[in-house]
Design a protein around this ligand. Structure first.
Ligand SMILES: Nc1ncnc2c1ncn2[C@@H]1O[C@H](COP(=O)(O)OP(=O)(O)OP(=O)(O)O)[C@@H](O)[C@H]1O
Ligand SMILES: [Mg+2]
Length: 340
């Protein structure tokens, strides 16, 4: 099956007068149609930067120093604003952590969803048809249409996030990128919103990238998982395999999962791993995780590891490479020592 989204060797640096933050250091990611990919990693790992790079909404200080982002075979890096307008919303919609990032406090929620429907209306719908569509969207996100006339501040956090999801749906996107969509919500509301997103995804056959700190959310909603550390994907694989403790994993993944009994148990936010997270302004020469790794060898401090396949898992680690002499070299990442 061909990939809906394909990110290759993506490097992003935030350049300010004071410092250079190496936020993404050679990201490779693939997403197939209908699939939900979870991106997991600690704060500062670069998760949001990936999302913003795909949307081509990076801060002005961000420089894409190399790489490619193809959506449905169309290159997004360097695409014109006109081309990007067609992709944003209509093909890819993003849901941010804080609903107020996406909502206008001075407009009623109904007017905002309606505006979105009109902006993405390719069929020249009549006012009546637009109204019908807005009603349908509110029904889908389980908000009574009578509440359309209210302003965002009248809504609770969970309801606001539902409105944001409604706005994303109004564009009928093929791909939704949800960046910590439920982090700001309390646990019960979190699971309601998550259930709603999963239901809608299945119903509409939308593909999804779910960015989260929370392995519980990944377990509930993803088909495949990418584990991120310091601007790199250190491990990717199918959900069941990344969560399978009997398989060999990246030492960072192993650390993340230590506190979690199994895939089906309830799990809290990530447990801290020994040491401090790598400083993205001053990354080590070898493996970015070497400073915190309990399996660290000399080579790890000197040479950037390549990605190898271990069964269906793809892992970037010298220790595993030596231990299992395993994997066949993955052509994706033959750029040893290549760090910009
Ligand atoms: N506009 C910016 N200017 C400078 N540095 C930035 C900017 N945005 C992000 N960064 C830095 O880039 C790195 C990656 O940030 P990013 O927000 O992508 O991480 P994240 O994984 O989404 O973290 P979180 O879980 O906290 O949301 C961090 O070190 C962050 O401080
Ligand atoms: Mg983030």
């Amino acid at each position: 099956m061909s990939n809906l989204l394909e990110i290759k060797d993506l490097h992003v640096v935030y350049k300010t007068r004071e410092e250079h933050v190496f936020a993404l250091n050679g990201i490779h990611l693939e997403l197939q149609k209908g699939e939900t990919l979870g991106i997991v990693g600690e704060t500062g790992a670069g998760k949001t930067t990936i999302a913003l790079a795909v949307m081509q909404l990076l801060a002005r200080t961000a420089v894409i120093t190399s790489g490619s982002i193809q959506y449905d075979s169309q290159e997004l890096i360097g695409a014109s604003q006109r081309e990007l307008q067609k992709v944003r919303g209509r093909k890819i919609a993003m849901i941010f952590q804080d609903p107020m990032t996406s909502l206008n406090p001075t407009m009623t929620v109904g007017a905002q969803v309606e505006e979105m429907v009109r902006a993405h209306d390719l069929e020249n719908l009549s006012d009546l048809e637009i109204d019908k569509k807005v009603r349908k969207i509110f029904k889908a996100v389980e908000i009574h249409h009578r509440r359309r006339k209210e302003f965002p501040h009248n809504f609770s956090g969970g309801m606001k996030q539902r409105v944001v999801i409604a706005m994303a749906l109004a564009c009928s996107p093929e791909l939704i990128i949800a960046d910590e969509p439920t982090t700001a919500l309390d646990v019960t509301v979190q699971s309601q919103v998550l259930r709603l997103m999963n239901d809608l995804k299945v119903k509409l056959n939308t593909s999804m990238i779910m960015i989260t700190h929370d392995l519980g959310i990944v377990a509930k909603s993803c088909d495949r998982v990418a584990i991120m550390y310091a601007g790199e994907i250190v491990e990717t694989g199918k959900l069941e395999e990344v969560f399978d403790k009997s398989l060999a994993h990246h030492p960072y993944t192993t650390g993340l999962f230590k506190a979690i009994p199994d895939l089906y148990s309830k799990c809290d936010r990530l447990v801290p791993i020994q040491g401090v997270a790598s400083d993205p302004t001053d990354l080590p020469d070898g493996c970015n995780f070497s400073l915190r790794c309990n399996q660290c060898m000399d080579i790890c401090r000197e040479v950037d590891p390549i990605v190898n396949s271990y069964g269906n898992l793809k892992i970037k680690c010298h220790y595993l490479e030596q231990e299992y002499k395993g994997g066949n070299c993955d052509e994706q990442s033959t750029n040893r020592n290549k760090k910009t």
